[in-house]
Design a protein around this ligand. Structure first.
Ligand SMILES: Nc1ncnc2c1ncn2[C@@H]1O[C@H](COP(=O)(O)OP(=O)(O)OP(=O)(O)O)[C@@H](O)[C@H]1O
Ligand SMILES: [Mg+2]
Length: 311
């Protein structure tokens, strides 16, 4: 049985079509990424899967349970970590978590055990008894994550969990996610960071304007829709014209990054390019191979750059 099954889900807010017929399947134990720019529909989709928002039409099942028919049951199966952390600032981290435990009618001793586990897992010992209003963004994120993990949900939905984290904290977070997966949990994570989707996720759905435009393993997507690799050659400024002429047969393009040549097989092309240039008296300053990224996939599928849409 799949962990999450979404079929033909539609949702509009007035005139705004947020989800325009979305279908996807998340297998148990998977880390599944939703990658898309601002306004793509990621939060709407996650809230619907978590049973927090009703779709206009379509079907959603979490571990076989229909979300529209049994939203309460689904909320027990799902740990949902919202994009904006919902903590009560005057309370300490511990008190916030006690409050959440009460919502789940969790017995006192079980809460204590779970709190200890999560404090270790998320490194919260230093700030457990401080008011959450006084914590850093990264610390608040961790408390919020603890709240969504408290009741040991088999399916964990994290909406842009790493926004505002510095690169170190983001790495730590990725390790944590791997840890949750190794406990057998299923993770659905939204992000607009393509490197994150690429590194962390088993499979990625690229979502744009309420539609899923591609689904697959990151490697597959890049190979299928990422286009060709590029070789980027940099030479001294005074050698640029000459280098362009020497490399003329390879359709070089001069960009801000350097001289860009598309290559089917860059690893064999690079030594050829270097010896060609050197034999004509031009010594390259650097030669770089750039493989396709999910950014290229997004660009090829939508005609826009993910980063530009996000800014
Ligand atoms: N409560 C709401 N009322 C009206 N429109 C909404 C509401 N929530 C979302 N929308 C609109 O629906 C579309 C999808 O929004 P959603 O928040 O699901 O996107 P997102 O992919 O999560 O974006 P972001 O990356 O900015 O979080 C957007 O056009 C947004 O303006
Ligand atoms: Mg969102």
């Amino acid at each position: 049985m799949p962990a999450v099954e979404v079929s033909e889900v539609r949702k509009s807010y007035g005139d705004v079509v947020a989800l325009d017929g979305v279908s996807l399947t998340v297998e148990e134990g998977e880390i599944y990424g939703l990658l898309g720019p601002n306004g793509a529909g990621k939060t709407t989709l996650m809230e619907i899967i978590a049973g927090l928002r009703a779709p206009d039409s379509g079907e959603v099942r979490v571990l076989g349970v229909d979300v529209v028919e049994h939203p309460r049951r689904v909320r027990e199966l799902v740990g949902f970590n919202p994009q904006e952390t919902l903590l009560y600032d005057p309370l300490t981290a511990r008190e916030n978590l006690e409050f959440v435990a009460a919502l789940y009618s969790m017995p006192r001793d079980e809460f204590q055990r779970r709190l200890e586990e999560l404090t270790d897992l998320l490194g919260m010992a230093d700030f457990l008894d401080r008011r959450t209003g006084k914590l850093s963004g990264g610390q608040q994120r961790r408390v919020s994550l603890a709240a969504s993990l408290l009741h040991r949900p088999p399916v964990i939905i994290l909406d842009e969990p790493t926004v505002g984290l510095d690169p170190d904290a983001r790495r730590d977070f990725w390790n944590l996610i791997e840890g949750l997966r190794s406990e057998g949990r299923t993770l659905l994570i939204s992000t607009h960071y393509m490197e994150e989707a690429d590194e962390l996720c088993d499979r990625v759905a690229i979502i744009d304007r309420g539609r899923i435009v591609a689904v697959g393993r990151p490697g597959e997507l890049k190979a299928r829709r990422g286009g060709r690799s590029k070789v980027i050659v940099r030479v001294r400024r005074r050698h640029v014209d000459r280098a362009l002429e020497i490399l003329g047969d390879h359709s070089p393009a001069l960009t801000a990054d350097g001289i860009v040549i598309e290559a089917e097989d860059p690893r064999t092309l690079v030594p050829d390019l270097v010896s060609l240039l050197q034999s004509r008296g031009v010594d390259p300053e650097s030669v770089e191979i750039r493989s396709p990224t999910l950014e290229d996939v997004f660009l090829n599928l939508t005609g826009r750059r993910l980063a530009e849409v996000v800014e």
